[in-house]
Ligand binder design. Structure first.
Ligand SMILES: Cc1cc2nc3c(=O)[nH]c(=O)nc-3n(C[C@H](O)[C@H](O)[C@H](O)COP(=O)(O)OP(=O)(O)OC[C@H]3O[C@@H](n4cnc5c(N)ncnc54)[C@H](O)[C@@H]3O)c2cc1C
Length: 479
């Protein structure tokens, strides 16, 4: 059996890994238009610093990331967040304030820190407390994140806490972002318990007694990264595959499904590896028994438009936003205020280009040499799409001056590293779950076709790994 995988990001590589595990006789070919594996994942080493150009850690409470590292034999390189800095700041009127202790993405688990936080006004706190008495919505209809949080906790909790926390992950427009596709757990809490505050209290009590019964805490911190960078997950997968199975600098330009159920792919190879847009390319046509589309959903939509038009149309409805990451390096002495958190988020109402910042090397100390610090700034998304495309010479000074308004920094950075990620963040708008259900229903009639990636059931690395595994299993079952 010959299987082609389009995209050598974490989703496509996970699909290849699982397929190879299921049957090592399957001939796998992975195509990527870039001249390296990893897709958006990329780690660079510079002067003893380890710099992540996109994702910088992943959540440990979803099993697929940790489990894959264990299977690949790289779990000993997993690094936990520094326990001294496990708090997050929120910017208010240009200053850093610690997020109320126990506030988890959308709701408080502890009441006293909410009462004393300077982030909310007395009225905002009172309105948040009324959440306990708000009528519960128990149906299954979707709504935007903004509608949901305003309905339960009021405007201030939305604008000052939830909007920046969620934007810092999804880079999305909160008036369009679907609560059911992104944080369904909170709607389930409302449905089952009537109030999120009440549900969180109950869950906390249950967790405490479970912990007491087990006499053990969690094995990993909520987020983990890898010494050597997240790209090492991709490299570890590559080392398990046949060397000739990965075709880099190879863009799949067209796909067609023949009457016998086999796929014909036409690829373009860049002779220079540098720029596939250049004229120096040569074409190649090959037949495959099955294809896994692990590229962005809009790339898949283009390739499928003449083959599976209904699937293509649904895929084309998933919009994407671009982001930019700028990492600044400093001498520790240049940072003139004590920092006790691992990062900060900036509410939209602060009118900043910065979505969020991370004290990368406080969070994971191995990332910078002794006496040095890395601060990583996340910009763009639906809030500020232009910054993802802005030239470095314009973007970097703006972000640095905004950073200096939030944190007292003396002098200029030692260096900076910029990464632009145009159209890389799929936006899970209201109705996303129905859209994905429809795509999956249509795909189930196509045994030689599967999709993987971040556009369907979660954008985080563990979800992407799972999507690759599911795609591989579908193709394996259909042999
Ligand atoms: C700035 C940023 C920060 C992030 N931070 C985090 C984080 O901290 N934690 C976390 O868990 N997740 C994070 N994410 C999300 C996560 O990194 C991504 O969702 C995930 O890496 C996407 O992997 P993928 O394989 O699905 O897609 P991609 O990495 O986009 O890979 C798709 C590949 O397909 C290739 N391709 C496309 N079309 C073709 C074609 N026609 N022919 C051949 N090849 C093609 C592309 O070149 C690309 O390499 C972040 C994402 C970004 C952009």
């Amino acid at each position: 059996m010959r299987v082609a995988i389009i995209g050598a990001g974490i989703s496509g590589l996970s699909a290849a890994y699982r397929l190879n595990q299921l049957d090592s006789e399957i001939e796998i070919t992975i195509f990527d238009r870039r001249d390296r594996v990893g897709g958006v994942l990329n780690t660079v080493e510079r002067d003893g610093y380890e710099i992540e150009l996109s994702a910088d850690n992943f959540i440990s409470t979803l099993p697929w990331g940790i489990k894959l590292c264990e299977e690949l034999g790289i779990a000993d390189r997993l690094v936990q967040t520094n326990s001294l800095y496990r708090r997050t700041y929120v910017v208010r009127k240009g200053n850093l304030h610690l997020l109320p202790d126990g506030f988890l993405m959308m709701a408080p688990t502890k009441l006293y820190p909410m009462v004393v936080t300077p982030i909310l006004s007395p009225f905002g706190k009172l309105r948040a407390g009324l959440e306990l008495f708000m009528p519960a919505r128990r149906d299954n209809t979707d709504e935007s994140m903004s509608e949901f949080v305003r309905r339960r906790f009021g405007r201030e909790v939305f604008e000052r806490l939830v909007e920046p926390l969620v934007s810092g992950v999804y880079a999305a427009d909160m008036d369009k972002l679907s609560v059911l596709a992104t944080l369904p757990r909170f709607r389930e809490m409302e449905r089952d318990h009537g109030s999120l505050i009440w549900a969180m209290q109950k869950q906390l009590a249950a967790n405490r007694s479970a912990k007491l019964a087990e006499q053990s805490g969690a094995r990993y911190s909520l987020f983990v990264t890898l010494r050597g960078g997240l790209l090492s997950i991709c490299n570890a997968i590559v080392s398990k595959l046949r060397a000739d199975s990965i075709k880099l600098g190879n863009a799949v330009e067209s796909a067609s499904l023949r009457n016998d159920g086999k796929w014909l792919l036409r690829t373009e190879t860049a002779t220079t590896q540098e720029n596939l847009a250049s004229s120096e390319t040569s074409g190649n046509k090959q037949v495959y028994d099955a294809v896994i589309f692990a590229c962005s959903s809009y790339e898949a939509a283009n390739l499928l438009s003449g083959v599976l038009p209904e699937i293509s149309l649904s895929l084309s409805k998933i919009e994407h936003e671009g982001t930019a990451i700028v990492t600044f390096a400093f001498d520790s002495e240049q940072i003139k205020q004590p920092i006790t958190g691992m990062g900060f988020v900036v509410p939209k109402v602060e009118n900043s280009m910065i979505l969020a910042g991370s004290f990368s090397s406080l969070k994971y100390p191995h990332r910078a040499p002794e006496g040095k610090q890395l601060i990583r700034i996340f910009a763009g998304g639906a809030r500020n799409p232009s910054s993802a495309e802005m030239g470095d010479s314009e973007l970097v000074p703006i972000l640095f001056s905004e950073l200096k308004r939030i944190i007292r920094i003396e002098g200029e950075p030692l260096f900076n590293v910029v990464a632009h990620w145009a159209r890389t963040m799929p936006q899970y708008y209201v109705g996303h779950r129905e859209l994905v259900k429809n795509i999956e229903q249509l795909s189930s009639n196509q045994p030689s076709f599967a999709m993987a990636g971040n556009a369907f059931h979660g954008i985080g690395i563990p979800n992407c790994i799972r999507s690759g595994f599911d795609a591989a299993e579908k193709i394996y079952r259909s042999r």
